[in-house]
Design a binder for this molecule. Sequence first.
Ligand code: G6D
Length: 345
Amino acid sequence: MYSVSKHSLNDQKFTLIEVVHKDIKVTFMDYGATILSIYVPDKDGVMETIVMAYDKLESYIENDMYLNAIIGPTSGRIQDATFRIGSESYVLDKNFLGTENLHGGKECFAFRFFEYEIVDQTDQTTITFTIEKREEGSAYPGNQIVKIIYTIKEGELSIEFTGETDKDTLMNLTNHAYFNLSGNMKRDILNHRLYVDSKYHLELNDTLVPIKISENINTRFDFACLKKIKNNFYDGIYDLKTKGIDEPFLLHTENIDHVQVIFTDDISKRGLKVYTTYPCIVIYTHNYPDTLDLLNGVVNRRHLGVCFETQLEPNGINIKNIDDGILRKGNEYYFKTIYKFYVEE
Ligand code: G6D
């Protein structure tokens, strides 16, 4: 079941789509193909949203945090905002520290309207958001058509990332949802428990660009057993440039049936499992809050949410022995991620 509503802001029309299936209610917006809320029950059946949310719709226009939006043409940072394909060199928008490209810079899909199509069935609803990226006026080569397919069913939200191009180009799509299982952002996520099936991460340089593979064991990235996130937050972590965790975690299997991440909250008893065919998940513990108001007057602060941004290895094209992330002309870009919500017994 779904409903559509239109909202005018600064002479622009925004479309909101609310989908309900038994114990899950998700609201999307066509701008950025953004997730505005995901309501699921806690141990007492109380329905609350488990993603961070701005108070005002217009905050999603600025959206310095890329809150819950689709990221593309590329995700993460690209070193020197530069990449080469064959003999051609491309220079992107240097929107981070004036030297790096972050999340596609001014071309980021978080700041663009998508077309949408809804298919509503008894036990699931699918929304296909479509966007075209033209070569004209773009720093990326080629013309692309990108489709983001959200499927909502009982206890589950899946995202299919698809794309095609008429010229070899760089593509790395993700969703930048900030999860917080306490419900309506009642508490921060440091006491949430986290398990990540990953033995390696990409180490970041001084400008937070991924540069090389590094081991997780006995570091702040070691979540090989389910533990409170704060257990890996040692004294001195805030002296780091990242102010928390902001690294790409490398996955050892791209099997959609394999649980890659388990995320739980002891108080609400809500749980989230993440599955993906992507080789990597950037885990970001919301270390750089912006100043925009959040829903219900909640004060925006560090670690009020955590992102599980499934994607190709960011900056892979500039790192030896890592997949370059090039989408070749005629090849289909296709990856799937599933977020499964549940209440612990
Ligand atoms: C910060 O370094 C982080 C990014 O990883 C994140 O995507 C962004 O904030 C929202 O720049």
